[in-house]
Structure formats: structure tokens, C-alpha cells
Design a protein around this ligand. Sequence first.
Ligand code: IPM
Ligand code: MG
Length: 355
Amino acid sequence: MVKNIAVIRGDGIGPEIVEEALKVLNKVAELYGHTFNYIDADMGGCAIDKYGDPLPQSELQKCIDSDSVLLGAVGGDKWNGVPGDKRPEKGLLRLRAGMGVYSNNRPAKIWPQLSDASPLKKSIVDKGIDFIIVRELIGGIYFGEHKTEGDTAIDVLTYSESEIERIGRIGFETARKRGKRLCSVEKSNVLDSSRLWKKVMHKLAEEYPDVELSDMLVDNCAMQIVKNPAQFDVIVTENMFGDILSDEASMITGSIGMIPSSSLGATSCGLYEPIHGSAPDIAGKDLANPIGTILSAAMMLRFSFDMPQEADAIENAVSAYLDKGFRTADIMSEGMQQVGCKQCGDLIVENLKKV
Ligand code: IPM
Ligand code: MG
């Protein structure tokens, strides 16, 4: 198959980690006889420097016209002084909205080889950590009006029934394919938008009698994720709650550097990115963990290109790499062999076998 992949390297460690993911994709192409064409697109701080805009229309168009987008990370202290609507992150938000990718899927799964890297007690980790956060991605407070008037700042949070329903369906469908348990997370004891969220989820539940729906307040959920993560199968939640809970969920699996994500909308053209940021403090030092990006590329093959075997091959290669005791600095532990970003990519390529 021939696929056109828009590639956004971005800022900080972005270019380094994307480079390793492309090495892995090239190996997959070679093994399975595919052609992946890469179309470079600029977004984030580097686009501000080049065009004075974090996501010029031309760059967004490249992404919309592609078969899917692979993204490293954007942002950094250098652009902290830039006004809110021109910040690097604004480019990312405009990309997500422009592509219409309302459903963000963030797995929190512990690799058995990394159980020691989790900050949780062994007795908790041993019960298992394997759940998915389905995060609404193009609504809520992120996309409401933002303004500052004198000494007052205003951020508006809005959700409509249809926005909640379409992400709710993804939550139910995801749970249906897994353990059939969906936990809807909101703050319905305080927010109107959360009360609407809960109502819509319960209405949808009638269409999914095989899925068990539960409700949880977001503050309690933050606690439950560290107390008893084994209780979760699929969590569905709104944009900002999903942002916060997914960082927490990633950390209990060992390192945020390991976690990929997919974002999809109405078409198969998806956006694939690690959930971590641009880590400017370690940029250019060959220290970053590229696995979150490499696994994002695997998700792209699985969810957008219908290449499940190719995706399995990448995940197996990551597992083999970990089995052999290689670790980047973020997940380094005693007795393991520390490697840099480039070597990590090379070793994963070396372990990539056709399944
Ligand atoms: C994420 C990030 C982004 C978000 C930032 C960079 C805008 O934290 O993908 O989780 O808040 O969505
Ligand atoms: Mg985040």
C-alpha cells in the first residue's frame, strides 16, 4: 500500500523522537512492501519563528490532505512571551480542530518489563494496569472564549449534547471491544456541562446493554487511579479532565515517555502523537525516549491504515528491546543498559520482525 504521512517534527525533543519513529516506519515498509511518503509540515514554535504563525493554513492543509499525521511535540520556554492566541500550543489545538479529530485515545498499560519503574507499590501494580482514557479533544474549555478584561480573566466551558454523544459512542464502542466496562468521569456536583454529560451518557447506555456504565467524579477518579488502577477498563471524559488524568495515568505505568495516542474524527485520517511535551531541557542531548512516538506510529498503522500485523510487529519489537534490558534515561533502573534516543530507535529497528 502507498500512504502519505504528514510529519510534524515540532520543537524541543520533537525532531529527535520523530526521526526514530520514521526509521521504524521505513523498516516496516521494507518488510511488508509498503511505500510511506513523508510530507513535512511545520507547526508550533518553529512555525512561529518561520512564518509568525504556529499553524499557517498551508501547513494545516498538508495534514488534512494526508492519509494521517505523525507529530512529535510542540512548545518551549522560548515562546512563553507570545500572546495566547499565537502560542505554539494554539497551533496544536487548531490542528486538532481543523482535522476534526474529536476522539483522543490514550492507553495506560504497564509493560511487564517496567513494573519496577512505576511509582506505585508493587502490591497495587501486581493487580494489573490496563485501561484506556477516551478524551474529548475539540470542545470544552480549550475551545471556549478566552479573554482578559482588566484584572479579570475569562475562559468559557461549553458542551452541546451532540458533542457529548459522539465521544460517548466512542467510549461505549471502545469498552465493547475490551472488558465492557465504561466509567464516565465528570464533575456533576458542580458543573452544568457535567450534568449534561452524565445525562447523555446514561441515555446512550440504553443502546449498549452489554456495556456496564459507571459514573465517577473527576477528583475521586484522580484518587482511584493511584489507589486501585486495576478497577478501570475504559474511562470517557471531557477535554480538560482527560488532559489531566492522562498525565497521571501515564506516570503510574512508569514513564510518560512510553505512552502513544491516537486522535480520530469522522474519517480514517488521524493524528498520532506521544502524550508527553517537548521537554526543552533535554532537547538535542540524545536523551529522549522515542517509544511514545514509535508506538504512536504503530497506532497509525492499526487504526488508520488497517495494518494490524505491521502494528503488532512494532509493538513486539518494543517488547523485545525491553526484554533485552535496554532503557532510556527516563526508565533506567539498576542492572539495565542505558541507551540514548538514536540507539533506542536503532535497537527497535533491529528487533523488528515480520509477524
Ligand atoms: C496534551 C498536551 C496539550 C493539551 C497541550 C500541549 C496543549 O498537554 O496533548 O495532553 O493540553 O491537550
Ligand atoms: Mg496534556
